[in-house]
Design a protein around this ligand. Structure first.
Ligand SMILES: Nc1ncnc2c1ncn2[C@@H]1O[C@H](COP(=O)(O)OP(=O)(O)OP(=O)(O)O)[C@@H](O)[C@H]1O
Ligand SMILES: [Mg+2]
Ligand SMILES: [Zn+2]
Length: 271
């Protein structure tokens, strides 16, 4: 398997497997992590597959994926009758195939419930499995909140302890960018994070509810009349928006709110 072991040196929320890669429940190797192969009179030891499997599991569990999204993968995203979602899935698959030879991240933009976070998580998981890279999922509001909390006198964590994995992980998923109204401090913090990552050729995948421009806002309003009245630029400012265009390919997803559709189907809509 073509696992990039050197990437294990990346700092993450706890990227190293605490078990040394051994699986006590493994039937094949009895938990030693080694298999003995006999060729004639010669015995050779080789690593059992459970070792890399445990490393992957550890990387995934340390990635901070919310429980609700832990099973998300590209195949389970149903794009039937939705051209924009089908196109987005293709972009996602190409990104995975090309990674790590990619120079820009992705920004999935669209109304609520169309599968943006699902897709971002699915990419993260595939990249971990493909490369063994340290990948982290963060809600935009949480990263700001956690950094802010470190300013409390009683806080055990330092600002850098939160920031470092965010800055250095190979792939960062920043969910719901712009979801919180930005103060100058929040703007500068996110700008710093994204700028640092960009300068160091670190890839970032993002999602947002906010249409990128007034033009796409007017279009989105035709189907989603309950949208907030803001565009992404209103929420994050011109400078950060310009940075995003440099760092990411913008991928628009249209469609119905899957959450509503799913619930109505389950309970049997009367409407
Ligand atoms: N096309 C789809 N096929 C299968 N499941 C879907 C699809 N779209 C969304 N879902 C599921 O619906 C739920 C909502 O999707 P998700 O959270 O990815 O939407 P979102 O676009 O990120 O919405 P928001 O803007 O509110 O964050 C998730 O559980 C997701 O797995
Ligand atoms: Mg989402
Ligand atoms: Zn084993």
């Amino acid at each position: 398997m073509s696992m990039n072991v050197t990437s294990q040196t990346d700092k993450s929320r706890d990227a190293k497997p605490s078990t040394g890669g051994r699986d006590s429940a493994c039937v094949a190797c009895g938990g030693t992590g080694w298999l003995i192969e006999t060729q004639g009179t010669i015995e050779k030891a080789r690593r059992c597959d459970c070792v890399s499997r445990r490393i992957m599991e550890k990387l995934i569990s340390n990635a901070g994926i919310p429980q609700r999204y832990s099973d998300c993968c590209i195949d389970t995203l149903n794009a039937k009758g939705n051209d924009s979602l089908r196109a987005a899935k293709k972009v996602a698959q190409k990104f995975i195939d090309d990674y790590p030879a990619v120079t820009a991240g992705l920004l999935f933009i669209g109304p609520p419930g169309v599968g943006k976070t699902h897709l971002a998580v699915a990419i993260l998981k595939e990249i971990v499995h493909k490369t063994g890279d340290t990948c982290i999922f963060y809600d935009y509001r949480d990263v700001l909140k956690q950094i802010q909390e470190t300013y409390n006198k009683e806080s055990q964590a330092s600002e850098m302890a939160i920031l470092e994995p965010v800055l250095t992980c190979r792939l960062l998923v920043l969910d719901e960018i712009g979801a919180r109204r930005v103060t100058d401090w929040a703007h500068d913090t996110i700008f710093y994070i994204l700028n640092q990552r960009y300068s160091n050729s670190r890839i970032t995948i993002m999602t947002s509810n906010f249409p990128e421009s007034k033009l796409s806002y007017d279009k989105a309003m035709q189907t989603h009349r309950d949208l907030d009245e803001y565009t992404l630029v209103d929420r994050i400012g011109i400078r950060l928006d310009s940075r995003l265009h440099e760092m990411c390919r913008f991928v628009r997803i249209e469609g119905e709110d899957y959450r509503k559709r799913n619930i109505q189907e389950r309970y049997g809509s009367t409407g």
